[in-house]
Design a protein. Structure first.
Length: 90
């Protein structure tokens, strides 16, 4: 083979390998950034899920307290009315 053809082939091969290396480096950097973004998003999702769970628990507790207050008020009113009716009926 001709030395210039061999030199051209080597030069083109080096050029292709350099481009391949740059592309690989860029893609690896993008993969790293995307992994970081996935991690941040996952942590944010977990934090949001914890807040949602806490809020649901607080809402359930508030509903239970409200129901207990309503029952106590109903019992107090019923006891007062019932006692008065019994006393009046006797």
């Amino acid at each position: 083979g001709c030395p210039t053809n061999r030199a051209d082939l080597i030069a083109r091969t080096v050029h292709v390998l350099e481009r391949l290396h740059l592309t690989s480096t860029r893609l690896q950097s993008e993969v790293d950034e995307l992994r970081d973004e996935v991690d941040r998003t996952r942590r944010a999702g977990e934090q949001l899920a914890r807040k949602h769970k806490d809020a649901e628990a607080a809402a359930t507790l508030a509903q239970q307290r409200f129901a207990m207050q309503q029952m106590q008020q109903h019992q107090q009113q019923g006891g007062m009315m019932g006692g008065g009716m019994m006393a009046g009926g006797m």
